[in-house]
Design a protein around this ligand. Sequence first.
Ligand SMILES: NC(=O)c1ccc[n+]([C@@H]2O[C@H](COP(=O)([O-])OP(=O)(O)OC[C@H]3O[C@@H](n4cnc5c(N)ncnc54)[C@H](OP(=O)(O)O)[C@@H]3O)[C@@H](O)[C@H]2O)c1
Length: 234
Amino acid sequence: MNNDRRKTIFITGASRGFGFALTKQFISNQWKVAPLVRKDKDATILKRIDEYSCFPIISDITDNSLQSSIQKSIKHHDGIDVLINNAGAGGSGVLLNETKSDEVLSLIDVHCLGVLRVTQAVMPFMKNDGIIINVSSRFGSISKVSTGELDNVPCSYCYRIAKAAQNMLTQCMCREFKNSGLKICSIHPGRLKTDSASVDADKTPEEAAAILFEMLNSIEHGKFYSLFEGSIEW
Ligand SMILES: NC(=O)c1ccc[n+]([C@@H]2O[C@H](COP(=O)([O-])OP(=O)(O)OC[C@H]3O[C@@H](n4cnc5c(N)ncnc54)[C@H](OP(=O)(O)O)[C@@H]3O)[C@@H](O)[C@H]2O)c1
């Protein structure tokens, strides 16, 4: 990456939790941040952190007008160095007969199609040596779910299906852009104490944001990282 300019990162789901912690982490390291939030009040709060470093975009990643909102805002930046697709939501129904097909569709809309929409909008602005990080989950790993190691941690069908769909999107992008200079990867951020916490949550979003910031320069294309534990099988 070019060190003569301030780097810029685009982060979705920045109103709270991991996305908010990431926004603060990058601003405190002199990056410019374009955080995507859904509500005016959250944009105002973020802008107040540092109006010269933080340029919020108000949109919903399931909304069809998302792409033009993103492009109107980020054309004012000198390219995007890092995109973190972080926005996400949990689901209900941990058993087959509790699972509603409408909710599965709605979570796929957020976790997979939301990532698709945002990435399509940001891609024309990505620096040639930029990094795209999709925030997935250990529950999106078919390998991990199939070994049974997560059997004692309740998680909805919808969330697991939606994150697995996102993982396939990530791998499709990894194959298409394998010789492009871009680095594309997925992360499980850890068991974070946020509004979407699992029953075994034990880390803060700030701890996870600090680890992600430190590992940026060593990220490898095509990997599925677990921030506190190395890497995960897809
Ligand atoms: N917490 C964990 O232990 C954990 C573990 C594994 C993976 N993850 C993943 O990590 C990411 C962040 O999780 P978190 O724990 O920080 O969650 P969180 O505290 O619940 O925050 C979720 C964020 O996503 C935003 N969001 C949800 N739906 C959106 C939409 N349709 N359009 C735009 N923004 C939307 C929310 O915005 P609003 O404030 O407007 O609702 C909020 O900013 C998620 O992808 C989650 O699946 C979390």
